[in-house]
Each structure stands twice: as structure tokens, then as C-alpha cells.
Write a protein of this length. Structure first.
Length: 79
């Protein structure tokens, strides 16, 4: 698995804060790192899981804004 300690900590923080956008962003960072390390199947599977979860969540929420939380440990375009 290509996630490092900072990724895992950021995922737990995002989950605890109910920040789905950050959670998915970090998960995609893990997928990108995995792809760069030659773990293409895992990277594709993870990206597809994130995309499916975002679509499912978008249908369930119908426009309700989500909270943002930025971790200093993991850079995110949303921060």
C-alpha cells in the first residue's frame, strides 16, 4: 500500500471531522502515489471507489454543503 503515515493520519482526521472532500482528496493522493510506484491496479480501484462514493453521496445530499478541514500535514487543493 502506498499510503504513508501522514496520509493515514489525514484520513482519520478527515473522517473524525466529517470532511468528505478532504477524505476523498487524500484517498486520491494515495491512488496517485500508488500509480507512480507501479501499483496501477490498486490505484485504479481506489480512484473508482472514490468516484463512486462521491456520486452516491452527491445523490443523497442533494446540494447540502460539506464542512472543510485542512491538514497542515497533507497539502490539498481545497486548502
Amino acid at each position: 500500500m502506498a499510503a504513508n503515515a501522514e496520509h493515514l493520519k489525514a484520513l482519520v482526521r478527515a473522517h473524525a471531522e466529517a470532511d468528505d472532500d478532504l477524505f476523498y482528496s487524500v484517498a486520491l493522493q494515495v491512488a496517485a502515489k500508488s500509480a507512480r510506484q507501479g501499483q496501477g491496479k490498486f490505484a485504479v480501484d481506489l480512484r473508482e471507489l472514490v468516484e463512486a462514493a462521491r456520486q452516491k453521496q452527491g445523490q443523497a445530499e442533494s446540494g447540502v454543503p460539506r464542512r472543510r478541514w485542512c491538514s497542515p500535514a497533507v497539502s490539498s487543493p481545497a486548502c
